[in-house]
Design a protein around this ligand. Sequence first.
Ligand SMILES: [Zn+2]
Length: 348
Amino acid sequence: MTQQLRKSAYAPLYDFIPAAGRPRLIADGLLWNRLPLPFDLNHVNMWLIEGANGFSIVDAGFNNELSTQSWDEVFSNVFAKKSVEKIFITHFHPDHLGLGGWLAVRTSMPLQMTAPEYGMAQWLTDENKAHELETLYRAYYIEAGINGETLESLMNRRFGYKKIVSPIPSTYVEVKPGDVVRLGDRDWKIIDGYGHSPQHASLYSEADKIFIAGDMILPDISPNISLFPDSFQSRNPVAAYLETLNRLRDTVPDDVLVLPSHGAPFRGLHQRAGELIVHHERRLEKLRDVLKSGGPMTAIDAARGLFSHRSIDRAHDMFFALGETLAHLVYDFNEGRIKKDGSMYSLT
Ligand SMILES: [Zn+2]
């Protein structure tokens, strides 16, 4: 999930966008696959990497009929000659892992992902944990200053994850930060990223200068950086994301081909990382202005101020607006710029 749609400043590298079910070659042995999404953010990218022994898939797409139909086409157009040997998942979000279990069953191949992402997906789909999750979220909303009908509508929308992902396989292959995995005939280093999900895995081919970014760096939008009440994610997601962006600039060269999960492939990794850092600095500044003029306020009132440019009354919008606001409040709290008295935030 993402926010802040803007027109891309990056020149298109290809004169096409692949149609659903029709992956297109964008580099030697590397295909761009694109599936539609039923949201404002209307598509997600996946990457098919060809090797001597078969194809490796990076990300699985959202679990709905349109996606399975598109995969059917990919199986008959691309995988008919060479089968799937590996499935790699960048992170647990439903537009990435959604059809992971389905693909694993279909190809008899395990999913490869980091332990925190797998753990998060299992936790969210575990019937026995449903009550724990509900209790955590109710407390989180109340603490933020939400009650009455608004609280109930938020509670009703929240627990849909297991409906939009295919069953999570009971075993998987764990990958760790710094590991080198072989996908296709290339070696890829796992670059860990934080703030958007528990331990997001991007892939870097040093030999071919290709960076499969997942959701960590996107060309047109900024990845959602939110504080949610779960135990897998960073307690200071904005700091974790800024650290990730700075580390990417230090460790991955600027001239890589960046393959993002949303939007089109682009070049300019360092510039885009810099823009995303500035984006969060501006959000922090705006939040300070809101607290300065409004005095002590709850997190949900701070969210209304931070999102003054649009309505956040819909449960879906409120959920993400509150998560993002809390992430930025916590950042400034840790920096000593904000204090909290009960549920009320104000500048120090
Ligand atoms: Zn995501």
